[in-house]
Write a protein that binds this ligand. Structure first.
Ligand code: SF4
Ligand code: FES
Length: 595
């Protein structure tokens, strides 16, 4: 839980500054995230008094501000350090050496995780995944990524920051993670071809082409992109919106980082094509805060592409998120875009009917928009000829873990697991985790299984763990992730994942409680059936699929303690003290208090 907010006296200058920030966003509550980022920029946090002032200017309750501040990882309600350091705690980062890096930061700063140095210069925190699994262990310092960190580099980084150097000048560059690109993401792709073609087509023709291609959303759920656009176009409304979900938060995924870096023009092109298809004038790119360092670059690309003669009357703004995995869920993302906590909405209505500000909205992710632009450029046939019956075309995999060549691979859907492991040169693979914590675990021996919606569906992440790794360590890390990232709205997800985490911890320690096997089975079923959104619904998957893929690992722990845990229950001994006390009270010689 985040700490309580801090009350401060606001100077007249600060008051004027806050007022001008709120006015810059036209007192629009929907721009609350932007307002909070701007207010937080200087001192590094938003105090209770400042929150109350913002609330007054926006004519909302101070509680509305506090609930938003407390929801997002990167907002602070009390001093969090001039330099804010966030260490990546994903399992890939952990096995790549984060424990020694963490220790180095703690020693160098003389503080523990979650604390701020006495001089207020540094705050040290943890976060789940910053999209650097191919270059871990990594950290964000002042929202600048520091890839491939080593413990020995930490004193130098701190010294330079103390001397006034900016994080951006100290960090080593993020290198391209691309290993293999194919027909849809290769270097030959050029901006504008799809847009020019779309300009000559009717909305119906554009949607038909996308439908014909068989493109399914690359965010995870895999809904037909053409059908989504069609539904949105058919709802009557004066306004419609196109939203690009660049909140790639699934631990182990980093392909959108690469697309945003090198193919942002194609992503904007896909958004513009979607706008033409559904009749939207405005679009929003929701950029996760972990990729804030790409914001300037994206603005530049946007300015350039919007000059294309076929661009049309369509404007895009970039909205920076503030750190919340659940915002990757499309309705939570819309809540966040409207300046609220990123809590998933109850569906229906779906965003295609009532999305951003109550209007029909298409939400697709970065990869989907890039593909849409390429489908228009090359034709639906070039896309649908690849892949399997229900999984057309190619997709990007972010591969990390115990492999010689971590990185991004474009593969046709239907590729076998064995082929993927060969491509990335997996090292003694044992466990393969497909689709991030919300995905599933399979044995690396299942080489004939295929990456596809029909078999191993994935939002793009594929993590490989060698024989050296402890399955329970991996599972504990994933479950901790869900416990931290649950928005807390529904009980099964909020409380159930804690039950599962406790059980995994016991398994890891080799000390399960009697009934843990049933506890895991029952709670997994409750959580997946009764949670409101995909986060809760999928959170037990990785555990339950591991139990199927690695039954011996679980049996060994369950059996080893089954007998030692069951103690005979001696009722007489257990109640002896109680009976003695009762006898004593009832003895006539005991004086009673006067009535
Ligand atoms: S399932 Fe979890 S993340 Fe989703 S709404 Fe419920 S508590 Fe929030
Ligand atoms: S949050 Fe209390 S029952 Fe849903």
């Amino acid at each position: 839980m985040k700490n309580r907010s801090q009350t401060t006296v606001i100077t007249a200058t600060r008051r004027a500054q806050i007022k001008s920030i709120v006015l810059r966003y036209e007192r629009d509550r929907g721009r609350l995230l932007d307002i909070l980022w701007a207010v937080q920029a200087k001192p590094g946090y938003v105090s209770e008094s400042e929150g109350a002032l913002i609330a007054r200017y926006l004519r909302i309750s101070p509680a509305d501000i506090r609930e938003v501040l407390s929801f997002y990882h990167f907002f602070h309600e009390q001093p969090a350090g001039k330099h804010q350091i966030f260490l990546d705690t994903s399992i890939i980062s952990e096995i790549a050496g984060m424990p020694s890096v963490r220790k180095a930061f703690e020693n160098e700063l003389g503080i523990r995780i979650g604390e701020v140095t006495k001089d207020g210069k540094f705050g040290l925190f943890e976060t789940s995944c910053i999209g650097m699994s191919d270059q871990g262990p990594a950290a964000l310092i002042d929202l600048i990524p520091f890839p491939k960190l080593r413990a020995s580099a930490v004193p130098g980084i701190i010294r330079k920051l103390r001397s006034g150097k900016k994080a951006g000048k100290i960090a080593s560059p993020v290198v391209s993670g691309v290993r293999k690109l194919g027909p849809f993401f290769g270097a030959q792709e050029v901006f504008g071809a799809g847009l020019s073609k779309a300009a000559k087509q009717s909305p119906f023709e554009i949607i038909s082409e996308i439908k014909l291609s068989g493109l399914r959303g690359r965010g995870g759920a895999g809904y037909s992109t053409g059908a989504k656009w069609e539904l949105c176009a058919n709802f009557q409304s004066p306004n419609r919106y196109v939203v690009c979900n660049a909140d790639e938060g699934e631990p182990g995924t980093f392909k959108d980082r690469e697309l945003l870096t090198s193919q942002a023009d194609l992503m904007f092109e896909g958004m513009s094509i979607a706008a033409r298809a559904i009749g939207a004038k405005e679009g929003i790119l929701y950029l996760r805060a972990e990729y804030a360092y790409l914001q300037k670059h994206l603005q530049k690309v946007l300015k350039r592409v919007a000059r294309h003669p076929s661009w049309g009357k369509f404007s895009i703004r970039i909205q920076l998120g503030a750190g919340a995995y659940v915002c990757g869920e499309e309705t939570a993302l819309l809540e966040s875009l409207e300046g609220r906590r990123g809590e998933p909405r109850i569906r229906p209505p779906f965003p295609v009917e009532r999305g951003y500000r109550g209007c029909p909205t298409v939400v697709n992710n970065v990869e989907t928009f890039v593909l849409a632009s390429q489908i228009l450029a090359k034709g639906a046939g070039a896309f649908s000829v690849l892949g399997t019956e229900k999984s057309k075309g190619t997709r990007l995999l972010s591969i990390s873990g115990d492999v010689a060549k971590p990185g991004i691979y474009e593969v046709a859907w239907g590729v076998s697991l064995g082929e993927v492991l060969r491509l990335c040169q997996a090292k003694s693979p044992e466990i393969v985790q497909v689709g991030g914590p919300s995905g599933l675990c399979v044995s690396a021996n299942d080489t004939r299984r295929q990456i596809s919606f029909e078999d191993l569906a994935t939002g793009g992440s594929l993590m490989v763990f060698s024989k050296r790794r402890d399955l329970f360590h991996v599972l504990e890390n994933f479950m901790e992730f869900f416990v931290n990232e649950s928005c807390g709205n529904c009980t099964p997800c909020r409380a159930g994942n804690v039950v599962l985490l406790d059980a995994i911890k016991r398994l890891r320690a080799g000390k399960p409680h009697p009934g843990d096997r049933e506890r895991i089975r029952d709670w997994s079923s409750i959580i997946s059936k009764t949670s409101r959104c995909g986060l809760g619904a999928t959170s037990p998957n990785v555990l339950t699929t591991s139990m199927i893929a690695f039954p011996k690992v679980f049996e060994k722990v369950f059996e080893s303690v089954a007998s030692s845990q069951i103690f005979p229950f001696d009722e007489a001994a257990a109640t002896r003290d109680y009976n003695l006390a009762v006898k004593k009270v009832n003895r006539p010689s005991v004086k009673r208090a006067p009535r």
